[in-house]
Design a protein around this ligand. Structure first.
Ligand SMILES: O=C(O)CCC(=O)C(=O)O
Ligand SMILES: [Mn+2]
Length: 204
C-alpha cells in the first residue's frame, strides 16, 4: 500500500456559499520538486505594472499567462496575450482535467520569490470566466496560506488554507460571488512559491 495515499485525499471544505475542494498532495513530492525547478526555469516570467490613482506600481510578484491562442484576458487592468502551452503545463493540465473532468483553456501563473510577494484581496470574477467559474489552483514550493473572507456576512470568520508543495485547490459554483481571497505578505525568511490557476476563458 502507498504510505502516503491518505495525503492524496480529496477534502471538500465546509464553507457556506462556496464549493471548495482541497487535495493536499495531488502531485507527489518527487514530481513536485521537478515541476518547481522546470517552471522556475522554463516559464517566461514577467514583471507587470498596474496603475493605481494615476501612479504606476510594480505588481508584488512575477506573472505569466499561457493557453490556447486568441483568448485574451484582462487582469488587474492588464490585457494579457497567452504564450502557447509548454510540456510541463500540458502535463499538469492533463492530470487535473482527468481528475476534474473539465477542459481548461488557459493558465495564470504567479511566482512569489520571497515573503514580500503577495496577492491582495480579490475575486476571480472577470467576465471572460463566465458566471460560476471553475478555478483549479496548483502550488509548488513554499507553503503559503490562502485566505478567504466572505464579502457580505461579517460574522463568518476568515478561512486559512495552507497550500502545500504539490497541492490542488478547486474553487467552483458560487465561490467567486461570495468570497474574496488573498495570499498575505510575511516577514518570515521563506523560499519561493509558484502557483498556477487553470481557468476556462469564454471567447466573448
Ligand atoms: O497564489 C495563489 O494561491 C492565488 C493566486 C490568485 O488568486 C490569482 O492569481 O488570482
Ligand atoms: Mn485569484
Amino acid at each position: 500500500m502507498d504510505l502516503f495515499s491518505s495525503n492524496n485525499k480529496k477534502i471538500k471544505l465546509k464553507i457556506p456559499d462556496a464549493d471548495v475542494t482541497l487535495y493536499q498532495q495531488f502531485f507527489s513530492e518527487k514530481e513536485s520538486n521537478k515541476l518547481l525547478e522546470n517552471l522556475t526555469n522554463n516559464i517566461h516570467w514577467q514583471q507587470d505594472h498596474i496603475k493605481i490613482y494615476g501612479k504606476t506600481i510594480k505588481l508584488p510578484r512575477l506573472t505569466a499567462w499561457y493557453g490556447y491562442p486568441n483568448l485574451t484576458y484582462t487582469y488587474s487592468g492588464i490585457a494579457m496575450n497567452p504564450k502557447p502551452w509548454n510540456n510541463e503545463l500540458l502535463f499538469l493540465k492533463d492530470k487535473i482535467e482527468k481528475e476534474l473532468k473539465v477542459e481548461f483553456t488557459s493558465c495564470l501563473l504567479n511566482r512569489y520569490k520571497t515573503g514580500n510577494d503577495y496577492v491582495g484581496w480579490h475575486q476571480d470574477n472577470e467576465k471572460e470566466l463566465g458566471k460560476n467559474p471553475i478555478i483549479a489552483s496548483v502550488s509548488f514550493g513554499q507553503t503559503r496560506i490562502f485566505q478567504l473572507k466572505h464579502i457580505y456576512n461579517k460574522e463568518l470568520k476568515r478561512i486559512n488554507i495552507p497550500l502545500n508543495h504539490g497541492s490542488l485547490l478547486v474553487m467552483k459554483g458560487t465561490t467567486q460571488h461570495y468570497w474574496k481571497h488573498q495570499i498575505q505578505k510575511t516577514t518570515l525568511q521563506i523560499q519561493q512559491r509558484i502557483n498556477l490557476t487553470f481557468r476556462i476563458i469564454k471567447d466573448i
